[in-house]
Design a protein around this ligand. Structure first.
Ligand SMILES: *[C@@H]1O[C@H](CO)[C@@H](O)[C@H](O)[C@H]1NC(C)=O
Ligand SMILES: *[C@@H]1O[C@H](CO)[C@@H](O)[C@H](O)[C@H]1NC(C)=O
Ligand SMILES: *[C@@H]1O[C@H](CO)[C@@H](O)[C@H](O)[C@H]1NC(C)=O
Ligand SMILES: *[C@@H]1O[C@H](CO)[C@@H](O)[C@H](O)[C@H]1NC(C)=O
Ligand SMILES: *[C@@H]1O[C@H](CO)[C@@H](O)[C@H](O)[C@H]1NC(C)=O
Ligand SMILES: *[C@@H]1O[C@H](CO)[C@@H](O)[C@H](O)[C@H]1NC(C)=O
Ligand SMILES: *[C@@H]1O[C@H](CO)[C@@H](O)[C@H](O)[C@H]1NC(C)=O
Ligand SMILES: *[C@@H]1O[C@H](CO)[C@@H](O)[C@H](O)[C@H]1NC(C)=O
Ligand SMILES: *[C@@H]1O[C@H](CO)[C@@H](O)[C@H](O)[C@H]1NC(C)=O
Ligand SMILES: *[C@@H]1O[C@H](CO)[C@@H](O)[C@H](O)[C@H]1NC(C)=O
Ligand SMILES: *[C@@H]1O[C@H](CO)[C@@H](O)[C@H](O)[C@H]1NC(C)=O
Ligand SMILES: *[C@@H]1O[C@H](CO)[C@@H](O)[C@H](O)[C@H]1NC(C)=O
Length: 763
C-alpha cells in the first residue's frame, strides 16, 4: 500500500519537476523557513518515508506545505496523513457502511514536535493530527501569533504550555485525544477568537474551575469536553456565566455529571443544536430542561440513570418537530410500551437500545427515519410489517434481542436502502425465502442468527446484494451448502455454525476468495477474515486451495465430519491467528505451517487422527494455545508464550496428560488461561469476532474506558492485532474508525473480564 503510494508520490514529484520547473509562478520558499522545515523533519521517526518529497529547493512544493505566494513564507503545514473515517459519538449511526481501511502505522510521523516549528513565524494553519507525537508542545508555540488553526488531536502529547494563551488569533483548536493533564485552563481564557475547541479524551479530572475559563471565550460555537473525567460544576462559577448565543454544539459525554449540570448547560447557551450528555450520571431531574432547549436537533442521553417511563419524556421536548437524532440507549426506564413518536416528524435516527420497552412493535409513519435501533428490549408479538411506504428511507434496522415471534413478513424485502439488518435472538420461525430478500440490494450486514428461521432459497438464486458479513448460526441453512454464497464476493465474515449443513466442504469457497483479487494493492486485497462453519455435518476432504485466503484470520471448522489430510496449502495462510479443526476425522501428517509461523496464536487440532511431532510447533513463537498432534519432545519449554497445552485424546507416545480443562470452548478456566497470557488481547481478537453489529458504547465495559476502540472492518484482525500486539496505550492507536460492539457470549465476556483485570494492573 505504502509502496504504491510512494510510487504515486514519486510520479507526482517527477511530474512536478517537469511541469513546475519552468512555471512563471514558481516561487522559491524563504530559506529560513526551509531550514526550519528540515529540522522539524528530523524530529519525526517516519520523516524519511512520509516526507520524502521534502527535498529540492522550493519548499513550497513539498507535501503538506503551502506558502504565501508573494513572500515565500510558509503559511500552512498540513501533515495529517490519516485517511481513516473517524466516527465519533455525535454521529455514530451511519447512513452507509463506512469504507474500512487497513490499519497502517506508517501513516504517522512519530516522536516529537521540534521547536524549529516556531521559526515558521508566518504559519496560520498547522495540522499534525494522528501522528503519534509524544512529549510537550514546545513552549515557543506562543510566538506563532498568526495561527488561526491548530490541530494536534490523536497524538500522545502530554502538556500544554501556558504560552498558548498568546495565540489570540486562534479560531480552531483541537487538542483532543492526547495525554494532557491539567489543573486549570487559564490559558484558554485569553483565546478570544476561538470558535471551535476540542479537548476531549484528555485527563482533566483535577480541573477545578473549568466553567469560568470556558465562559470567557465569547464566540465559541463548538465545544468538546467529552471523556475528560470532569466532575460536577461549582455553582459559584455558573453565576458568572453570560449566556452565549453562539455555542451550538456541546459534548460533555463520558464525565461524572449529574442532573445539576443542566443549570450550567442552560446558562451557557440557549441555542444548542447538538447536545451529548451520554455516559454520565443524569437522572430524571433533567427532564424539564428540554422545554427550554428548543433548537435541539441531536440529543444523546444514552448510558445515564433515567428511570421514569420513557413516554413521560417525550412531551417535554419543545424541539420535537426538529429533532433529527435521539439516543436514549441503556437507561433503566420503567417498563412501558414503545411511545408514540409521530410528533417527531424530522427524526432520522432513533436509538432505544435496552430501554425496557415491552409489548408490540407499533411504529407510525416516519418519513425521514434512516436508522432505528430497538434492540435489547422486550418487544413481543409478531414481527411488524415494515411497509415500504412508511419506511422508505430506512438504512439501518436493529431489532435483535427481543421476543418477536412468528414469521418474517415479506415486506421487509422491499426496504431497498437497508445496509444493516439484524433480527437475531428473537423467537422468529418459518422461512427466509427469495421474496424476503428480493429488493434488499444495499444489504451489507445481515444477522438472522439465533432464531428458528430456515433458509429456503433455490440453489441457483442470485442475491441482489453483496454481503460483507453474514451471521446465520442456529438457523437452518442445510443440508446442502448454501450455493447462493458463491455470489457473495465481498464476504469477510461468515458465521454459519450450527446450521444443519451435511454437505461436503464446498470446493468453490476458495473461488469466492480468488475473485477478490483487487487491482490496487495487496494489502487491500479482500476478504474473508473470519470463517466459521463449525458444528455442522460437513463431510469429505478439504480442498487444497487455501493460499487464496490471504486475509483469513480465524478458521473454525470444528465439530464436523471432515476427513482426509490437512491440506498443505494451510501453510500459506499468512494472516491466520486462530485455527480450529478439532472434532473431525482428519488423518495423516500435519503439514508444515511455515508461513503461518509469525501469526498463529491458537491451534486446536484435537480429536482427530493426526500425526506429527511437536517439533513442528516449536518454531511458532507466538503460540498461546496448542491442542493436537504425536511425540512430546523435551524442549517443549521453548514455546515461550504457550499458556495451555492439551495433549489428551490424541495418539500420543510419551503422554503428558494435562487434564481436560481445555476440552470445551466454554470452559472458563481455559479462557482464564488465555486471558492471563502475555497478550491477552490476542485471544480477544481471535474469538470475539464476529463483530457484533452494534456501535461500541464507551463504558459498556471496562475495556472501553481505556480507549479500547475497535478498529474493525477489513482490517479488524490485522489492524487490531497490530495494535494490541505491541502496546495498548500508544495514543495514536486510540482511534475509532468505526465503533462496533462485540457479540458478548459468556466465553468472551470472561476473556474480557480477565483481560480487563490484567490491564488495570498494568496501569
Ligand atoms: C497568490 O495567492 C492569492 C491568494 O491566495 C491568489 O488570489 C493569487 O492568485 C495568487 N497569485 C499567484 C500568482 O498565484
Ligand atoms: C484516502 O482514501 C481515498 C478513498 O479511499 C483514496 O482515494 C486516497 O488515495 C486515500 N489517500 C491516501 C493519502 O491514502
Ligand atoms: C485527516 O485527513 C484525512 C484525510 O484527508 C481526513 O479524512 C481527516 O478528517 C483528517 N482529520 C482531521 C482531524 O482533520
Ligand atoms: C503498511 O505499510 C507497510 C509499508 O510501510 C507495508 O509493508 C505493509 O504491508 C502495510 N500494512 C498494511 C496492513 O497495510
Ligand atoms: C507572548 O506575548 C507576549 C506579549 O504579547 C510576549 O512578550 C511574549 O514573548 C510572548 N510569548 C511567547 C512565548 O512568544
Ligand atoms: C458578562 O457580561 C458583562 C457585560 O456584558 C461583562 O461585564 C462581564 O464581564 C461578563 N461576564 C463574564 C464572566 O464574562
Ligand atoms: C443560571 O445559573 C443560575 C445559578 O445556578 C441559576 O439560578 C439560573 O437558573 C440559571 N439560568 C438558567 C436560564 O437556567
Ligand atoms: C441495560 O441497561 C442497564 C442499565 O439501565 C444495564 O445495567 C444492563 O447491563 C444493560 N443490559 C445490556 C444487555 O446491556
Ligand atoms: C419489566 O419487564 C421485565 C420483562 O418483561 C420483567 O422481568 C420485569 O420484572 C419488569 N419490571 C418491572 C419493574 O415491572
Ligand atoms: C407481551 O408481553 C406482555 C408483557 O410482558 C404480555 O402481557 C403480553 O401478553 C405479551 N404479548 C404477547 C403477544 O406475547
Ligand atoms: C423490487 O425489485 C424489482 C425487481 O428487481 C423491481 O422491479 C421493483 O421495482 C423493486 N421494488 C422496489 C419497491 O424497490
Ligand atoms: C456439534 O454439532 C452438532 C450438530 O452437528 C451439535 O448438535 C453439537 O451440539 C455440536 N457440539 C458442539 C460441542 O458444539
Amino acid at each position: 500500500m505504502l509502496s504504491s503510494r510512494l510510487n504515486q508520490l514519486c510520479v507526482a514529484t517527477i511530474l512536478c519537476i517537469f511541469l513546475c520547473h519552468g512555471s512563471l509562478h514558481a516561487e522559491l520558499c524563504a530559506e529560513a523557513d526551509k531550514q526550519a522545515l528540515l529540522k522539524l523533519k528530523e524530529g519525526f521517526v517516519h520523516g524519511m518515508e512520509l516526507l520524502s518529497s521534502w527535498n529540492g529547493h522550493d519548499c513550497c512544493k513539498w507535501k503538506g506545505v503551502s506558502c504565501n505566494n508573494l513572500t515565500g513564507h510558509v503559511t500552512s503545514l498540513d501533515l495529517n496523513f490519516s485517511n481513516i473515517t473517524l466516527v465519533e459519538d455525535l454521529n455514530y449511526l451511519l447512513d452507509d457502511m463506512p469504507e474500512m481501511e487497513f490499519f497502517n502505522r506508517s501513516t504517522e510521523l512519530g516522536r516529537k514536535i521540534d521547536s524549529s516549528i516556531c521559526e515558521l513565524q508566518h504559519l496560520t494553519f498547522l495540522d499534525l493530527t494522528h501522528n503519534s507525537l509524544q512529549g510537550e508542545i514546545p513552549k515557543c508555540i506562543g510566538s506563532l501569533g498568526q495561527l488561526t488553526h491548530l490541530k494536534l488531536a490523536w497524538n500522545g502529547l502530554s502538556s500544554v504550555p501556558y504560552t498558548m494563551s498568546n495565540l489570540s488569533n486562534l479560531e480552531y483548536l483541537d487538542l483532543g485525544k492526547n495525554y494532557f493533564v491539567a489543573r486549570d485552563l487559564d490559558w484558554l481564557s485569553h483565546l478570544s477568537s476561538l470558535k471551535y475547541l476540542d479537548l476531549s479524551k484528555n485527563n482533566f479530572g483535577a480541573l477545578i474551575d473549568w466553567p469560568s475559563s470556558i465562559s470567557k471565550i465569547p464566540f465559541l460555537s463548538e465545544l468538546y469536553l467529552n471523556d475528560c473525567g470532569l466532575h460536577q460544576v461549582n455553582p459559584k462559577s455558573i453565576s458568572r456565566i453570560n449566556s452565549s448565543t453562539f455555542l451550538q454544539i456541546l459534548s460533555l459525554s463520558g464525565n461524572h455529571f449529574d442532573s445539576s449540570i443542566m443549570s450550567w448547560v442552560l446558562n451557557v447557551s440557549k441555542v444548542l443544536t447538538v447536545l451529548d450528555l451520554s455516559h454520565n450520571e443524569l437522572d430524571n431531574g433533567i427532564i424539564k430542561s428540554f422545554n427550554t432547549l428548543c433548537h435541539l436537533k441531536k440529543l444523546y442521553l444514552g448510558f445515564n440513570k433515567l428511570s421514569d417511563q420513557l413516554s413521560g419524556y417525550l412531551p417535554e421536548f419543545c424541539s420535537a418537530k426538529d429533532l433529527e437524532v435521539l439516543n436514549l440507549d441503556h437507561n433503566p426506564f420503567s417498563n412501558g410500551t414503545l411511545p408514540d413518536f409521530s410528533l417527531f416528524s424530522s427524526l432520522e435516527r432513533l436509538s432505544l437500545q435496552n430501554t425496557s420497552i415491552v409489548g408490540p412493535l407499533l411504529f407510525g409513519h416516519s418519513p425521514r427515519l434512516k436508522a432505528l435501533d430497538l434492540s435489547l428490549n422486550n418487544l413481543n408479538g409478531s414481527f411488524p410489517v415494515f411497509e415500504v411506504t412508511k419506511f422508505a428511507t430506512l438504512h439501518f434496522l436493529d431489532l435483535s434481542h427481543n421476543k418477536l415471534s412468528g414469521r418474517l413478513p415479506y415486506t421487509i424485502g422491499k426496504l431497498s436502502n437497508l445496509w444493516f439488518l439484524s433480527i437475531s435472538s428473537n423467537e422468529l420461525n418459518g422461512d427466509i425465502s427469495e421474496e424476503h430478500l428480493l429488493n434488499l440490494s444495499s444489504l451489507k450486514i445481515l444477522d438472522v442468527s439465533k432464531n428458528s428461521l430456515s433458509f429456503n432459497l433455490s440453489p441457483d438464486w442470485v442475491p441482489p446484494f453483496q454481503l460483507v458479513a453474514l451471521y446465520a448460526s442456529f438457523s437452518i441453512l442445510g443440508p446442502q451448502f448454501p450455493l447462493w454464497l458463491k455470489h457473495q464476493r465481498k464476504l469477510q465474515v461468515l458465521q454459519i455454525s450450527n446450521t444443519y449443513i451435511t454437505d461436503s466442504f464446498p470446493e468453490w469457497l476458495g473461488d469466492i476468495s480468488s475473485r477478490f483479487v483487487y487491482s490496487f494493492c495487496e494489502t487491500s486485497s479482500l476478504p474473508v477474515t473470519y470463517l466459521d462453519l463449525s458444528s455442522n455435518a460437513l463431510t469429505g476432504p478439504l480442498p487444497n486451495c487455501w493460499q487464496k485466503f490471504q486475509n483469513l484470520e480465524v478458521l473454525n471448522l470444528a465439530n464436523n465430519s471432515l476427513s482426509g489430510s490437512v491440506p498443505e496449502s494451510f501453510g500459506n495462510l499468512r494472516s491466520i491467528l486462530s485455527m480450529h479443526l478439532n472434532n473431525n476425522n482428519f488423518s495423516g501428517d500435519i503439514p508444515s505451517l511455515a508461513l503461518c509461523k509469525g501469526s498463529l496464536r491458537f491451534i486446536d487440532f484435537g480429536d482427530n487422527n493426526l500425526e506429527g511431532t511437536l517439533q513442528t510447533w516449536l518454531e511458532f513463537e507466538h503460540l498461546i494455545v496448542l491442542r493436537l498432534r504425536g511425540l512430546i519432545p523435551d524442549n517443549i519449554g521453548h514455546l515461550k508464550n504457550l499458556e495451555s497445552i492439551d495433549l489428551s485424546q490424541n495418539h500420543l507416545q510419551g503422554m503428558i496428560p494435562v487434564g481436560k480443562q481445555f476440552d470445551t470452548f466454554d470452559n472458563s478456566s481455559y479462557v482464564g488461561n488465555i486471558g492471563l497470557c502475555g497478550m491477552p488481547l490476542v485471544n480477544q481478537c481471535l474469538d470475539v469476532i464476529p463483530p457484533r453489529i452494534r456501535r461500541v458504547h464507551k463504558k459498556e465495559d471496562q475495556l472501553l474506558s481505556f480507549e479500547f476502540y475497535l478498529g474493525l472492518g477489513l482490517g479488524f484482525f490485522v489492524g487490531f492485532w497490530s495494535v494490541c500486539g505491541t502496546s495498548i496505550i500508544k495514543p495514536s492507536w486510540r482511534r475509532a474508525y468505526f465503533r462496533w460492539f462485540i457479540n458478548v457470549t459468556d466465553w468472551i465476556y470472561v476473556t474480557v473480564v480477565v483481560f480487563t483485570i490484567k490491564m488495570k494492573r498494568r496501569f
